[in-house]
Structure formats: C-alpha cells, structure tokens
Design a binder for this molecule. Structure first.
Ligand code: SF4
Length: 300
C-alpha cells in the first residue's frame, strides 16, 4: 500500500440529500466509527482531496458544483456515491428537477447502498475506494512502460458502459479546456451510445482488459466520418489518439476520403489530427466558447 492510501483525504458534498445520509457520513467521523483511525482526513479543499463522497441525487443546482469539485481534485481520485439517491436518484428519481445519480455527471467508482446508508457501509465504501485509489495510482505509474502492450480492437455493444465511462472521464478534461460542460460526449446516455453501435464502428484501445481509448467511425457515401476520439487522461501524450484514428480508418477500406471534427480551442485534438494527416477545411460556431473545426484527408 502506498502512502497515498494510508492517509487519504476526503471531501464530502451534499448534492440534494434529505440529510439522512449526511448525518451518517458525519457519524463516520465521530469517535464511534472514527474513520481517522484508517488515516482518513476530512478536508474542505478539493485540491487536497483524494476521495469525493457525494450524498443525494443530482439536480440543476448541484450538477455544476459536482463537476467543479471533481475537476479541481488531482489525479488519481475516487468518487464514492453514498446512499441510493446518489446511486440512482432513489425515490426522487422521477422528480422534475432531478437528473439522476452522481454517475449522470461524473464517473463513480464505488456505490454505497442504503437509505440512509449505514456508517459501517460508508466506512466499507471508503475502504473499497482506497483499493481503487491504489490501483489508479499503480496504473498512472505504469503508463510509460506499458503503451506497447495496448491492443486496438473493434468494440462491441457490450463495451458501451466502459466507453461511456471513458468518454465522461476524458470529456471532463475537455470541458475544462473549453470552460463549457455542454459537450456532446458528456451529455450522451448509455442507451444512445448502445444504439449508435447499429450505425457506426467503434474502435477501442485496451490494456489489461481496461478500455483506455475509443474512437467512432461512420460511412457517408465515399467518406468515413471520424469522431469521438477519447483517451483516458493517464494515457494522454502517448500517441494513442493518433493510433486510434489510424485503426478506425482501416475499418473503412472503401472510403476515398476521411473527415473529422474537433473543437477550438482544443489544441491537443487539432495537433493529433494534424499528425494523422488531416487538414482544416471549414469551421462552424457551436457555443460562444467553442468553434467546431472540420478537417479532412484523402486516402493515400
Ligand atoms: S438515500 Fe435516503 S437517507 Fe440518503 S439522501 Fe436519499 S432519501 Fe435521504
């Protein structure tokens, strides 16, 4: 166990809880349950936190705060959804102002069941989170040595949940670049992504059975449209995005032309597509902060 998981710092946020789960979280910090004996420290600063404990369902007020806290936390980080409301929206799920559980906004690593979640279960969830934190820490350290073991494979519909998680994790980084949370990748639902497999080809990059990259390709006349390039933040800057583009191009042997789009000011994606041989041919405003840039290349 590294020093990181021997003394994890936790930040707690009440997304719209009835306060039942919050009281149980506070009980964990008091002498009876005393998570500090596990080295856990409660902090109010996301920049110091390793574990994000969220209680309550997500509503319009809490959505941006959750993203904001999550984005400020350094990698590696773990999210624990405490209680059935945080897991799925719970009894508030159908309310007009509730958009679902925490995983409708950010990727969740551990779900603690219960209404309210019992302190013992919350402590268990935190301990489980420590295991995830440790694994993420190892993954981050192993990246530079492991990139030659990455497999590029055609994804199946059963990969949709892993790809959606990846899109959300990678999308958070892009949202920071654009300073805009309305990116299509962050809004897509699991059902929409599963249906997309009927009309498009998805390529995944896999290491140790974990999906760390994906891209989407779709035929239109003699053109293959390339979109949705996502690479897990740990694995960025290792040329995986360009390899994904190459692999999806191979899936369209009859295409005479390839077209891709990305947003400005995302210089990383523009650079990646430039290295893959794409050249800009038109732009289109999307939001005040984002301009879509369309790029193309002819088959060599
Ligand atoms: S899970 Fe139950 S106790 Fe916890 S916030 Fe929801 S309604 Fe309240």
């Amino acid at each position: 166990m590294s020093g990181l998981s021997k003394s994890p710092w936790i930040i707690h946020y009440d997304a719209s809880s009835c306060n039942g789960c919050d009281i149980e979280v506070l009980a964990c910090l008091t002498p009876i349950f005393d998570v500090e004996r596990l080295g856990v420290v409660n902090t109010g600063n996301p920049k110091h936190a390793d574990i994000f404990l969220v209680t309550g369902a997500v509503n319009e007020q809490s959505r941006d705060v959750i993203r904001n806290i999550y984005n400020q936390m350094p990698e590696p980080k773990v999210v624990v959804a405490v209680g059935i409301c945080a897991a799925s929206g719970g009894i508030f799920r159908e309310c007009y102002n509730i958009s679902g559980g925490v995983d409708s906004v950010i990727p969740v690593d551990v779900y603690v069941p219960g209404c309210a979640a019992r302190p013992e279960a919350i402590v268990d969830g935190v301990v489980q989170g420590l295991g995830v934190l440790e694994q993420k820490h190892r993954d981050m350290q192993a990246v530079p040595q492991n990139t030659d073991q990455i497999l590029y494979l055609r994804a199946e519909k059963s990969d949709a949940p892993a790809i959606l998680d990846l899109q959300k994790t990678a999308g958070q980084c892009e949202a920071e670049i654009y300073n805009d949370e309305n990116l299509p990748a962050l809004q897509q639902t699991l059902e929409e992504l599963q249906n997309d497999f009927d009309r498009a080809i998805h390529i995944k990059a896999v290491i140790n059975d974990k999906v760390i990259g994906s891209v989407r390709g779709q035929a239109r006349d003699d053109t293959a449209l390339v979109s949705g390039i996502s690479v897990h933040p740990y694995y960025q800057r290792h040329d995986i995005g360009r390899r994904l583009v190459e692999e999806v191009e191979k899936a369209f042997p009859n295409a005479k032309r390839f077209e891709a789009f990305t947003g400005r000011p995302n210089k990383r994606s523009l650079h990646l597509l430039g290295r893959a041989g794409y050249q800009e041919f038109k732009t289109e405003p999307f939001t005040p902060a984002i301009t879509w840039v369309y790029l193309q290349k002819e088959r060599q």
